[in-house]
Design a protein around this ligand. Structure first.
Ligand SMILES: [Zn+2]
Length: 226
């Protein structure tokens, strides 16, 4: 398959079907241990339009991903700001249309840490009170045992059967309406630990525009991961 316009990796395992995964560095096909190469080739050929479309989308998304560089665009509460980076005492602040990160070091990892710490502080000050407020509106404040914040690689929020709600501080970059939807989504999991029809009905009852928020996350969610 060396003529493909993408890097193709084949992983064989004890499975019965073929499946394609789009990776950052190419395409992975998972195949049964004894699947003939011709079967895999045909499958990839058949799926090629889909693969190319996905790769294009992935490339676009990764070019839109947050870069902590001077003048880059950064979202905060859904609004676009220009990043201003300067050296000095660690401090993050919003100044009109600029989000200013002042840091002792200007290496990306160090800046990332400063930004994440600031977002965490923002979540505690501005987001957590809304979790409790919405829980109370929904009559669920007794069910919430704790609200925690943790940056994970893929999740916006999480809810345990014990009533611990966990949120990703990166969601402070999303519009308030989306933040509220994410809170309502996790609160609804206190009633239904699944994504059943009943679950979505409860979400809709408390957040009638939830589909717009889901759409926002699909369209812009990748821009805030750092
Ligand atoms: Zn869920």
């Amino acid at each position: 398959m060396q003529h493909e316009p993408f890097k193709l990796t084949i992983t064989r395992s004890k499975r019965k079907t073929l499946v394609i995964y789009i990776r950052d560095d190419g395409v992975e096909v998972r195949a049964p241990l004894k699947a003939p190469q011709s079967w895999i080739d045909e499958f990839v050929e058949l799926k090629k339009p889909w693969i190319l479309k996905k790769l294009k989308l992935q490339k676009q998304k990764s070019s839109e991903r947050l870069k902590l560089e001077q003048g880059e665009t950064i979202l905060f509460c859904g609004k676009e700001y220009k990043l201003s980076l300067s050296q000095g005492k660690n401090q993050v602040r919003v100044e009109s249309d600029m989000l200013c990160i002042q840091a002792r070091q200007l290496e990306e990892d160090y800046l990332k840490k400063q930004l994440q710490q600031w977002l965490l502080q923002q979540t505690k000050e501005n987001f957590e009170p809304r979790v409790w407020q919405l829980a109370s509106v929904m009559g669920l404040d007794d069910n919430v045992k704790d609200v925690r914040f943790r940056k994970t690689k893929t999740k916006w929020g999480h809810c345990t059967a014990q009533g611990v709600l966990q949120f990703n501080p990166l969601l402070m970059m999303a519009p308030i309406s989306v933040q509220d939807y994410l809170i309502i989504h996790e609160l609804c999991h206190l009633k239904y630990m699944n994504h059943s029809k009943d679950f979505w009905q409860l979400v809709e009852g408390n957040c009638p525009d939830y589909k717009e928020s889901e759409q926002w996350l699909k369209q812009h969610g990748h821009k805030v991961w750092c």
